[in-house]
Design a protein around this ligand. Structure first.
Ligand code: FAD
Length: 470
């Protein structure tokens, strides 16, 4: 059976695009962080929307599960198959063309396999901005960004990927092609199917194309690092910046002192503007559609007001693009420094912005009580209410010994997230990794609506089974 299915795929896609040797499949089966390696019947690499649809029809006929894959940079084991070896991985990598740029509508229509950086560069070449930006942008794809509703560093100003999308093309689990590439900013014609597929992590269908929103390129962007005494002061700074700078505020990233200590330990060549004397740091970014002078005066005025009001303890405003990049490097090296330091228990959570400080100050001590000496690596997109609230072992305790506490640590963190009306997954999704946590915390009525949608669109259950829902 599997042989005749593979022969059918070869006839549809050509021999070169049906990978089934272990060595050829290996990069598609291992997750980004190297925590899990699945098995698959084959990796299929269609080159057109019609080929995607034909493959899906063959899979449906043979009841073969499909794991859609873009850049395989997802962090929740959504893009890799399970260990059964019964699924195929359907790679969208060959669907990588920019189909159209409409400068007047301010949209770009792209294949789902386009790399995010390619989309950013195409927009820039047209004098426009595609604002989605995240550290995996050199390898992640638009289809993966949409399927995880990725966030990144500019959500405060431009929103998540969902807000950046005006239309989708999708191959349904039956192998039909739905062309919803309308590019409309207003369209109230019934249920919003586009929003259903965004964030669905490949469990409802395969995104093959998208209409993306473009924005004007800012004339200037400027960055500052501000030192503060507490997360409460970070929230006061956020309010002050929003009041004074409005939509010009494009980034607001919190980093605890321990995060910057880790960066200093593992990347000593990266310059840090302050001695390690402050409890918290905020990386601010402001963009101006007028001029660099406007951006500088707006930022300096706001930061000066924060210092005068005792909200900030110190501040360094970048005087050049190179200095801005150096400040961003500090933020971007936190995950790398964490990895270099050993393993930790990761949480990607969101909270109402107004409750973030209270959450940190409540949950940190609870973790200390339960796991004395544990080290909190707390950083994230504070302006969006999104924290990476990671818990590292106490000094002297081995990684594996500490990781054995994962469930108990999750219970402390996630119980409190829910008590503070937050979410256990802000931007990475659920995949297979957080499926049990979702089942634990989602209200039954929400879960049963999600199951009903899944059963209606994918009655055979072939689309990325075991992801999001059990
Ligand atoms: P994949 O990993 O291939 O897939 C992700 C999920 O989408 C899987 O469930 C897969 O089945 C599904 N999928 C993929 N393509 C399709 C498609 N065409 N149709 C249907 N389903 C599909 N995320 C953030 O939100 N913000 C960040 O700041 C951020 N930073 C990151 C930094 C690094 C270094 C890394 C490695 C990851 C980061 N992520 C971040 C995680 C983020 O989800 C991914 O980087 C990205 O959005 C996934 O795109 P991808 O093409 O790699 O998707």
């Amino acid at each position: 059976m599997s042989q005749s299915f593979l022969d059918q795929c070869r006839a549809l896609l050509g021999e070169a695009h049906v990978l089934h040797e272990e060595a050829d499949m290996a990069p598609f089966l291992r997750d980004w962080r190297g925590r899990f390696t699945g098995r698959a019947l084959a990796v299929l690499r269609p080159g057109s929307v019609e080929e995607v649809a034909a493959v899906v029809r063959s899979c449906a006929a043979a009841r073969i599960p499909i794991v859609p894959q873009g850049g395989n940079t997802g962090l929740v084991l959504g893009s890799v198959p399970d260990a059964s070896g019964k699924s195929i991985v359907l790679s969208l990598a060959r669907l990588n063309k920019v189909r159209q740029v409409d400068a007047v509508n301010r949209t770009m229509t792209v294949d789902a396999g386009c790399i995010l950086q390619q989309v950013q560069e195409t927009a820039a070449a047209q004098g426009c901005l595609f604002p989605l930006s995240l550290a995996a942008e050199g390898s992640c794809t638009i289809g993966g960004n949409l399927s995880t509703n990725a966030g990144g560093t500019a959500v405060l100003r431009y929103g998540n990927t969902r807000e950046l999308c005006l239309g989708l093309e999708v191959v349904t689990p039956q192998g039909e092609i739905w062309n919803g590439l309308r590019g409309l900013r207003k369209d109230n014609t019934g249920y919003d199917l586009r929003d259903l597929f965004i964030g669905a992590e490949g469990t409802l269908g395969i995104i093959t194309g998208a209409v993306l929103k473009l924005y004007p390129q800012p004339e200037a962007s400027i960055t500052a690092l501000v030192a503060l005494a507490s997360p409460h002061n970070a929230l006061r700074l956020l309010s002050l910046m929003q009041d004074r700078c409005g939509a010009s505020l494009t980034g607001f990233e919190l980093m605890s002192a321990f995060c910057l200590q880790l960066v200093a330990k593992h990347f000593p060549a990266l310059p840090q503007p302050f001695p390690p004397a402050h409890a918290q740091y905020v990386l601010l970014e402001l963009s101006s559609s007028e001029s660099e002078a406007h951006a500088v005066s707006l930022l300096e005025g706001a930061v000066g007001a924060a210092l005068d009001a005792g909200i900030a303890e110190d501040a360094a405003v970048a005087a050049s693009v190179a200095q801005s990049l150096a400040l961003w490097q500090l933020r971007e090296h936190i995950p790398l420094a964490q990895a270099a330091d050993g393993k930790n228990i990761k949480h990607d959570i969101s909270l109402p912005v107004s409750r973030i400080a209270e959450f940190i100050e409540h949950t940190g001590p609870l973790l200390q009580q339960a796991f004395p000496g544990c080290q909190l690596v707390c950083f994230g997109h504070l302006g969006d209410g999104n924290l990476h609230f990671n818990v590292a072992p106490p000094p002297g305790i081995g990684n594996e010994e500490f990781l054995a506490n994962q469930d108990a640590v999750n219970r402390v963190v996630h119980d409190n997230v829910v008590a503070f009306n937050g979410s256990i997954s802000a931007e990475h999704g659920i995949g297979a990794l957080k499926r049990d946590e979702l089942a634990r915390y989602k209200p039954p009525v929400e879960l049963s609506m999600m199951r009903a949608i899944k059963a209606a669109l994918d009655p055979l259950g072939i689309m990325n089974p075991g992801k999001i829902l059990g």
